[in-house]
Design a binder for this molecule. Structure first.
Ligand SMILES: CC(C)(COP(=O)(O)OP(=O)(O)OC[C@H]1O[C@@H](n2cnc3c(N)ncnc32)[C@H](O)[C@@H]1OP(=O)(O)O)[C@@H](O)C(=O)NCCC(=O)NCCS
Length: 335
């Protein structure tokens, strides 16, 4: 039997303990609390000093499972959004599946940067609606501090680590109403935010076939960003995809009860609040406390709202995210 909708039935998240404040950053790079707060809205962010990506992912997943009342062994899939996988192979989703001891599921990573949770949700939606899967876990864990250069003021002030997770299942009445994912990579926008992988090349002499060893390690494996160019693109594209999703279900922005916008810059969020005349109570933010936690910002916000009892049955929730790629996406769900 196929389901009409894919519904989130549990949320979970976890944050590292170590707090990196603007005052601490002032001592590390040429910046100021005033610049960071006025340009981004960020006051502090969390950095994971010890645990691995899968460890945070497992904790967030366990909390989401507990919240949903479901058992790990009944999950049909684990889809992880991350830009900081623990291994080249296997996928970190495989590791999380193993640590949660889920015997009969498929698992893989999605690499769509800060839009990764929306991408993963969209993929899960197809599996659930087709009837190929009944229940599954979507996890976001980006340990962006591991690819952030703390001597580069342009990136270090923005990023933080976190993990979030949701459990999804089929439903005949509530759940994802519509979603839309895209990437503007055709005009080389992927060069506006990147971190090289650090993979080295195998070197062979083409004539003799002699193995010459490996190329020098790539020393450019930290994130680089053209923030201004991304900002300008994003404020143009977000209204387009938001309105596309609203149009697909015959709603307007005033019908949205909670609008969860990727926490990359408070100014981008304020721009959308002003453009649509949104009540700020309906646009939750945690950027001040956690900075940009990449694809984890969306499930983190969702978990905070859920645990604070703010999400009521039947509420319309819009999720909007964007990131390296440049990827972007939106989803509207009925809670
Ligand atoms: C990154 C971002 C906060 C920078 O803000 P901005 O207002 O665009 O600032 P600019 O990059 O134009 O830089 C303005 C000045 O501040 C300086 N500056 C940059 N980082 C600084 C820092 N941390 N502290 C102090 N000064 C800084 C710049 O060198 C520049 O100086 P100049 O005018 O002397 O040349 C903003 O562009 C942004 O949020 N972009 C979108 C990023 C994004 O969403 N990325 C996707 C991630 S998922």
């Amino acid at each position: 039997m196929t389901n009409k909708y894919t519904r989130i039935i549990g949320t979970g998240s976890v944050l590292p303990d170590f707090v990196l404040t603007n005052d601490m950053l002032e001592k590390m790079v040429d910046t100021s609390d005033e610049w960071i707060v006025s340009r981004t809205g960020i006051k502090e962010r969390r950095i994971e000093l010890e645990r691995e990506v899968s460890e945070l992912g497992v904790i967030a997943a366990q909390r989401a499972l507990e919240c949903s009342g479901e058992r790990a062994e009944d999950m049909d899939f684990v889809i992880l959004s991350t830009v900081t996988p623990e291994f080249y192979t296997p996928s970190t989703a495989n590791v999380i599946q193993g640590k949660l001891n889920i015997p009969n599921a498929f698992s893989f990573d999605v690499s769509a940067a800060c839009s990764g949770f929306i991408y993963a949700l969209d993929i899960a939606d197809l599996y659930i609606k087709s009837g190929k899967a009944k229940k599954g876990l979507i996890v976001s864990c980006d340990m962006v501090s591991r690819i952030t250069d703390y001597e580069d003021r342009t990136m270090s002030v923005l990023m933080g680590d976190a993990a979030g997770a949701v459990v999804v299942t089929g439903d005949t009445e509530r759940g994802i109403q519509t979603s839309y994912i895209r990437a503007a990579s055709n005009d080389n926008r992927y060069t506006e935010l990147y971190a090289n992988s650090g993979i080295t090349k195998a070197l062979f002499d083409k004539q003799s076939g002699e193995y010459l060893g490996r190329s020098a390690p790539n020393r450019d494996a930290m994130m680089h960003m053209n923030g201004r160019a991304i900002y300008e693109f994003i404020v143009k594209i977000l209204p387009v995809i938001f309105e596309k999703c609203l149009g697909a279900i015959g709603k307007t922005s005033s019908d949205i009860d909670h609008m969860l916008i990727h926490q990359a810059n408070k100014r981008i969020i304020d721009y959308l609040i002003e453009k649509y005349g949104l009540n700020t109570d309906r646009v939750p933010m945690n950027i001040e406390r956690y900075g940009n936690t990449s694809s984890s910002t969306t499930p983190l916000l969702l978990d905070e709202l859920n645990r604070n009892g703010k999400l009521k049955e039947g509420d319309l929730v819009a999720l909007i995210a964007f990131g390296a790629g440049l990827t972007y996406g939106a989803s509207i769900l009925r809670w």
